[in-house]
Write a protein that binds this ligand. Structure first.
Ligand SMILES: Nc1ncnc2c1ncn2[C@@H]1O[C@H](COP(=O)(O)OP(=O)(O)O)[C@@H](O)[C@H]1O
Ligand SMILES: C[C@@](O)(CCOP(=O)(O)O)CC(=O)O
Ligand SMILES: [Mg+2]
Length: 397
């Protein structure tokens, strides 16, 4: 195996419309953020696997022999990535001491790593390596940190296993993989998401893999190449929540009241489709106030639907109320139950209004910032293309 030392990164995402409904086969519109998770993978000669996850205060290492003991049976082929290997998940849960219902941040992240590592290398010799991850994304706040983490793990470990090449050439700052390799990264990242979320739709790992804005429906990914430049305010209410719990809560409510909830999911689907149509119109006709009025109304309606689905939170109500007092429209993004919301800014929204809204939200104890969207999907980096403060963290281990 060639000497390995490389850095990969993947973006977080904001869901414009369709969170939760997308788990039940409806359309979602999602866009990548310019906030990324970075992972450095280094081959070592110490006969250990070391994992450093400073965002969540996890620093672990295992002897290779200990890990090899977890897989005394033949693993399935590398291409078979549609379902989790239930036996391996069970063994890993016992190994890390995580029960089936465990929501522990560190356990979930560790399980996702070990699952992908052992699935990719278990049939051969296990490599001695150190993996360190640092993210600009808040963890567990609705911006797809789990997916960005899973995409980075999948990309780096697939490269290390030789299943896909490292695309970076000597003269490149960053490089991306070909479509076929991206599909493989995406499907392994989905496995990581299955471990962390329970029942993910796959939209988050798709955005982390391909970047940009995309329409997602039942596993089908359509990149939206013609989209207007949107100004968005991101607010983190800092109320902790777990996507896994919220996805399960919505499922319970649908099971309890199928005839009540099905029309809500259909309506969310129609909102995503209407929003997509308006965004597309905005790229080939002059943008008018009417376009923005429609986008704002769709945001309001969807926020009500998300409350009906049971994923609201008083802090999110506060966010909507505070921004509404400034004439701005907001909805939760991601799994809800706390976490983040998005606020649409109109092109003519005065910077004074933006600043005073940001201040009002900060006065509520929230983090709030105007964000740029559409960052590139998963990529490999030359060290000099990584921000100094990120590199400093990755080089620490
Ligand atoms: N930087 C990170 N380092 C390690 N694990 C991470 C990181 N970011 C996310 N995770 C994993 O993802 C989980 C959060 O996922 P989730 O509840 O889906 O929230 P999010 O909306 O951020 O995706 C964490 O509990 C952790 O297991
Ligand atoms: C609620 C959901 O639609 C998005 C979850 O996103 P996040 O983990 O909260 O960033 C779940 C999914 O699509 O898998
Ligand atoms: Mg997630």
């Amino acid at each position: 195996m060639q000497a390995m030392d490389y850095i990969v990164s993947a973006p977080g995402k904001a869901i414009l419309h369709g969170e939760h409904a997308v788990v039940h086969g409806k359309v979602a519109l999602a866009v990548s953020l310019n906030l990324r998770t970075y992972l450095r993978l280094k081959a070592t000669t110490i006969g250990k696997v070391c994992v450093n996850l400073p965002n969540i205060d996890i620093f672990l290492s295992w002897d290779l022999a200990e890990l090899k003991g977890l897989i005394p049976y033949a693993l399935g082929k590398k291409e078979e990535v549609k379902h989790l290997d239930a036996e391996l998940v069970k063994r890993l849960r016992e190994f890390v001491g995580a029960t089936n219902g465990s929501l522990d941040t560190g356990n979930m992240a560790t399980l996702a790593f070990l699952y992908i590592y052992l699935s990719l290398f278990g049939s051969d010799e296990l490599p001695s390596l150190t993996v360190s991850v640092w993210s600009e994304l808040p963890t567990g706040a609705g911006l797809g940190s789990s997916a960005a983490y899973s995409v980075c793990l999948a990309a780096a470990l697939l490269c290390a296993s030789g299943a896909i090449p490292t695309p970076l050439k000597e003269w490149d700052h960053t490089a991306r993989w070909c479509q076929e390799d991206l599909e493989m990264i995406n499907s392994w990242a989905f496995q990581g998401e299955m471990i962390i979320h329970g029942n993910p739709s796959g939209v988050d790992n798709a955005v982390g893999t391909w970047g940009g804005m995309l329409r997602f429906l039942a596993g089908k990914i359509i990149p939206l190449s013609r989209v207007p430049l949107l100004r968005i305010l991101l607010t983190n209410t800092k109320i902790p929540r777990s996507t896994k719990v919220l996805v399960a809560r919505v499922k319970d409510r649908i099971n309890k009241f199928p005839s009540v909830m099905t029309p809500v999911l259909d309506s969310v689907d129609a909102i995503s489709c209407t929003c997509e149509k308006v965004l597309s119109e905005m790229t080939f006709e002059p943008i008018t106030g009417e376009h923005y009025n429609t986008l704002e109304e769709l945001i309001d309606i969807n926020q009500h639907h998300l409350n009906v689905l049971g994923v609201g939170h008083p802090a999110l109500d506060t966010l909507c109320r505070v921004t509404s007092a400034k004439g701005l429209h907001s909805k939760l993004t991601g799994a809800g139950g706390g976490g983040c919301g998005i606020t649409l800014l109109r092109p003519e929204t005065d910077s004074f209004v933006v600043q005073s809204t940001v201040q009002d939200l900060r006065d509520c104890g929230f983090d709030c910032w105007e964000t740029s969207i559409g960052g590139p999907g998963v990529q490999q980096h030359a060290a000099l293309s990584v921000k100094e403060e990120v590199l400093e963290v990755l080089n620490r281990y």
